[in-house]
Design a binder for this molecule. Structure first.
Ligand code: PLP
Ligand code: COI
Length: 340
């Protein structure tokens, strides 16, 4: 398969229109078979609930090229199940897990020439979504829906990639304690745009959200989860009802425990007790593992391992997780789905 003439190592996280995308419609109580289409525009009613009442959700996962030229997905069943939880919470029909995985596979296969080669440093990002559509004006669930999947080659989400970047805490909340923080709805991201913009304007990679109830605990790092490695080598990540249950976070908890023999804990991470950590980072599908050099909170900068060098445990976590995703390290059973 001839690949596109792209400078893979120079890619950032930007939209690229690839050849084909998948679209399926839900009407009268069921999903149709879905199909691949070339057009990247969707025509919907001006009354669609996704436009007015935020009845929509999305997911993010990646396809990786292995050393032998195969292509594989990392834990797509977890994304499918998380999307079902989101759909349930905002009263949209669930996409069956098999349909979700099949749609992702169809999109990868149809865009094989866009999937970055092994060793290029880039990966193929898939963006599944569900939107409420159809003629409507009242605040109620839509009667029709679209499930779509598109994808594109991407590089690092945060500019530094595997280099440390700095973050700043914000007073703003992206989600409420018993609201929509733990599901993947667009409203959470609309709520994050201004604080993200302010943080970037001040020279930080993004902002850190604190728990919305007390503002004393670390919740999330922009669009990624937070993790820390304590000075006595424990892998710690926040336990909160207002953060997205990150598949990368769950995978790192497993990697830390079973591959690196570390103790692990999901618990409160007090923003005034950052001294316990030797290294900290952000983790997510787009962010992969982004080492955090320092965090500014209340005007004071707390520097962790280094603002310029990656800590040794973060490096090991990254190498193991990325090795599993690329097929270089044996994955736990059920984590890898072969596409090609
Ligand atoms: N937190 C938020 C708000 C996110 O948008 C994401 C990205 O999906 C994550 C965390 C990381 O989740 P995952 O590892 O499943 O990609
Ligand atoms: C992801 O990591 O897949 C995300 O959804 C984060 C961001 C691009 C919104």
């Amino acid at each position: 398969m001839e690949k596109k003439n792209i400078k893979w190592s120079e890619l950032g996280f930007s939209y690229i229109k690839t050849d084909k995308r998948y679209i399926s419609h839900w009407k009268n109580g069921s999903w149709d078979d879905g199909q691949l289409v070339e057009d990247n525009k969707i025509s919907i009613s001006e009354g669609s609930t996704c436009l007015h009442y935020g009845q929509e959700c999305f997911e993010g996962l990646k396809a990786y090229t292995t050393k032998d030229g195969g292509i594989q997905l990392f834990r797509p069943d977890m994304n499918a199940k998380r999307m079902q939880q989101t759909c349930e919470k905002i009263m949209m029909p669930k996409v069956p897990v098999e349909k979700f995985i099949d749609a992702c596979m169809q999109v990868v296969k149809a865009n094989e020439s866009w999937v970055p080669p092994y060793g290029s440093g880039a990966t193929f990002y898939l963006r599944p979504y569900v939107i409420g559509v159809g003629d409507n004006i009242g605040v109620r669930p839509a009667e029709e829906y679209i499930f779509g999947v598109f994808g594109m080659p991407v590089g690092p989400y945060f500019k530094g990639g595997m280099n440390p970047v700095n973050f700043i805490t914000t007073d703003a909340d992206r989600a409420a304690p018993h609201g929509t923080g733990k599901i993947k709805v667009g409203g959470n991201y609309a709520a994050s745009l201004q604080s993200h913009y302010e943080a970037v304007k001040r020279g930080f990679a993004d902002c850190i959200y604190l728990d919305p109830l007390t503002h004393t605990k670390i919740d999330e790092v922009g669009a990624a989860n937070f993790f820390g490695v304590t000075k006595d080598n424990k892998f710690v990540t926040p336990d909160s009802t207002s953060i997205l249950p990150s598949i990368t976070k769950f995978s790192l908890l497993h990697v830390a425990k079973h591959y690196l023999n570390m103790e692990t804990e999901e618990t409160d991470v007090l923003v005034d007790n950052l001294d316990i950590f030797a290294e900290v980072g952000a983790c997510g599908t787009a962010a992969v593992i982004t080492p955090i050099g320092g965090i500014e909170h209340n005007g004071k900068m707390h520097v962790f391992y280094s603002e310029t060098e990656v800590g040794p445990v973060t490096k090991k976590l990254y190498n193991t997780l990325y090795g599993i995703q690329m097929g270089d390290i044996e994955a736990p059973e059920g984590w890898i789905y072969k596409v090609i």
